[in-house]
Design a protein around this ligand. Structure first.
Ligand code: GUN
Length: 302
């Protein structure tokens, strides 16, 4: 962190994630010493969605690099719900598996909620199970979804105490927007969740000391929406249509980075901001799951 743009400091999620991964790796080594086995993550991918294949490959590699066991299950797109449920049940019972992640989105014929509900809550390292969503809502220990947990780590690292700050979360998904708002509330920020029906969105966002954009609309948040000096966290990963002569379009966030960087106090880039945090936190959650599973106290400082 600290590199200056036209005013805004760059929040280097990639560097933060590397540090977190190194700490998780050290703790995974200590876990293996103590228990005689590595922390284990099972990743289930149904179908051939290209983006999901990239994510699943990256998760496997990150596990190996952190000294964790990775169990990949790649199933055909026409896998039945019964077959997927039976795999999840097998992974729930498997003593070598501490965390289970079923990559979303699933093919349309599969009921995502039913599959997530079948994962044992103590192996739900994605934090998507209603038990974990409920634990977060009432302030109990549980798994928190990786992307918002990564965002709150970056915010606390940048700003320290968030007490009394105005935060606006744009997007109300179960995976990012809602848990993000809860984490900010727990950190004593004053939180607004904005969404597609919000009136005068630019005006609402201009109140914010902290803006978290998680809508999936390329470069939607403009410079004149931002209070000077605000901290801007961009969760979006959007691919623009290719420019002429280029095979692939540019990757951009939900924030118009170049112009917002001229107004904000600090901002995450895309790529290299929130994205790398998601996998680092997944490893962290898997490590915590392994400790719980082995009856060991949770590792400190992660
Ligand atoms: N698809 C996109 N992001 C995620 C994630 O964090 N977890 C899972 N399971 N699927 C995803």
């Amino acid at each position: 962190m600290g590199e200056t743009l036209a005013g805004a400091a760059l929040i280097d999620g990639k560097a933060f994630a590397e540090t977190l991964r190194a700490r998780v790796g050290a703790a995974a080594g200590a876990f293996a010493q103590a228990t005689g086995r590595k922390p284990g993550l099972a990743v289930v991918l149904v179908g051939e969605d290209p983006a999901s294949q990239v994510y699943v490959g990256a998760k496997g590699k990150a596990c190996a690099a952190a000294g964790m066991a990775s169990f990949e299950h790649r199933l055909p797109a026409d896998t039945s719900e019964a077959a997927l449920l039976s795999l999840v049940e097998r992974l729930n019972q498997d003593e070598a598996v501490d965390g289970i992640l079923v990559q979303l989105p699933l093919p349309a014929h599969l009921d995502e909620q039913a599959i997530i509900a079948a994962i044992h809550p103590d192996k739900d390292v994605d934090g998507f199970h209603v038990i974990n969503a409920g634990r977060l809502a009432v302030g109990q220990e549980g798994f928190v979804p990786c992307t918002p947990l990564g965002c709150i780590m970056l915010l606390k690292d940048r700003l320290g105490d968030l007490s009394g700050l105005e935060a606006v979360v744009i997007g109300r998904s179960n995976i990012v927007g809602k848990p993000m708002a809860q984490l900010l509330t727990d950190a004593n920020a004053t939180v607004t969740i904005a969404h597609s029906r919000t009136k005068n969105l630019p005006e609402v966002v201009r109140r914010a000391d902290i803006v978290v954009a998680a809508v999936g609309r390329p470069e939607m948040v403009k410079a004149d929406w931002i209070k000077p000096g605000a901290t801007v966290i961009d969760v979006g990963i959007n691919r623009l249509p290719p420019e002429e002569g280029k095979p692939r379009g540019r990757l951009v966030g939900d924030v118009a980075f170049a112009e917002v960087a001229g107004v904000a106090g600090a901002i995450t880039p895309v790529p290299g901001g929130v994205g790398p945090m998601t996998i680092a936190v997944l490893l962290r959650n898997t490590l915590v799951a392994a400790h719980t599973h082995a009856g060991l106290p949770a590792p400190e400082g992660l």
